[in-house]
Design a protein around this ligand. Structure first.
Ligand code: ATP
Ligand code: ZN
Length: 298
């Protein structure tokens, strides 16, 4: 195996797989992936992608089997606490917060059960696949409860009589609702994270890590960004600039034959909604055009 190629671990099949592959694709990576293959070869970058279970990603990176990994903060923090309990520091290093995989680790009680803050948990049995995060949460609040560690299907534990409540990942809440559970407390807010090995890399590899990071920043910036063009009365410039969401320095261009009007071009770092366009029009703007931004490099 080529020692000068970067190895990046992502989830093989699950919620993080598509958004992870999409991010790499937007960073310009072309890979060939056979179904069920463990590794995909980067055709246009010295970077190969390893497909593994998400729980294995922190170890693979910290043991230097992979240089980089894309994994949920929930998995990382659970691993960090597990290592700490065994007297080891976590050695993987988070390098970027990513804009996908958003969810939260939350406590949920069966519908119709009262909940009056963490002390309600005293003496209760709580089912979870995140025993270390839950234990940490309970310890910080000085509550003694029983942690029932499961490997999956946490949401049905109360109905099976295995627990009084659960501590599980939630994004929309529809799974909880389907299981007649009510979310009551957030234990951890989560999103996907890019982690790297603690070890120094040879310069060629390190340079590619830096390039990848820059491209990731660019991709994340443009996802929300829009390019807006409009005509406006010179007199309304101040008001119109205030209405442009998240734009720093718009370009102002004189309009041939219209001394009182200018064209304004700006990159908006937030989405531009119909309401904004309507306010701009009210302020005297015309010929409004909003375009998606494809790539950005600061
Ligand atoms: P694996 O087989 O890789 O162990 P898994 O069952 O642990 O898969 P998934 O359910 O695919 O994992 O979730 C992967 C990650 O996606 C989670 O660790 C979390 O960071 C994120 N995630 C986002 N929303 C949710 C959600 N509603 N439920 C569970 N995980 C979510
Ligand atoms: Zn997992």
């Amino acid at each position: 195996m080529d020692e000068l190629r970067l190895k990046l671990a992502i989830q093989k099949s699950g919620r993080l797989t598509d958004p992870s592959l999409d991010l790499l694709l937007r960073c310009g990576l072309k890979i060939s992936r056979g179904k069920d293959q463990l590794m995909a070869y980067g055709e246009n970058m010295p970077l190969d992608v390893l497909f593994v279970r998400d729980d294995d990603i922190p170890d693979l990176v910290q043991e230097d089997v992979c240089d980089l990994g894309l994994v949920g903060r929930n998995v990382l923090e659970e691993k960090r606490l597990e290592l700490a309990a065994r007297g080891h520091p976590a050695r993987f290093q988070p390098v970027r917060t990513l804009d996908f995989g958003r969810c939260r680790l939350a406590l949920a009680v069966p519908e119709g059960t009262a909940f009056e803050g963490p002390r309600t948990l005293r003496g209760k049995r709580i089912a979870t696949t995140y025993p270390f995060l839950l234990e940490n949460y309970l310890r910080e609040r000085d509550v003694a409860a029983e942690i029932v560690t499961l490997s999956g299907a946490v949401e049905i534990a109360p109905r099976l009589g295995r627990a009084d409540l659960i501590c599980d990942l939630v994004s929309t809440g529809s799974t909880l609702q389907a299981n007649h559970l009510r979310e009551v407390e957030t234990v951890l807010e989560s999103h996907a994270v890019l982690i790297r090995t603690p070890l120094g890399l040879p310069p060629v590899k390190d340079e590619w890590v830096q390039r990848l990071l820059m491209r990731i920043d660019g991709v994340q910036q443009v996802r929300e960004s829009k390019y807006i063009m409009l005509h406006a009365p010179r007199a309304a410039l101040g008001e119109i600039r205030k209405l442009l969401p998240g734009s720093e320095s718009p370009t102002i261009i004189p309009l041939e034959g219209f001394p009182d009007r200018v064209a304004i071009h700006a990159v908006c770092r937030e989405n531009v909604f119909w309401e904004t366009l309507e306010s701009l029009k009210k302020a005297g703007a015309s010929a409004l055009l909003v375009l998606p931004v494809e790539k950005m490099l600061a």
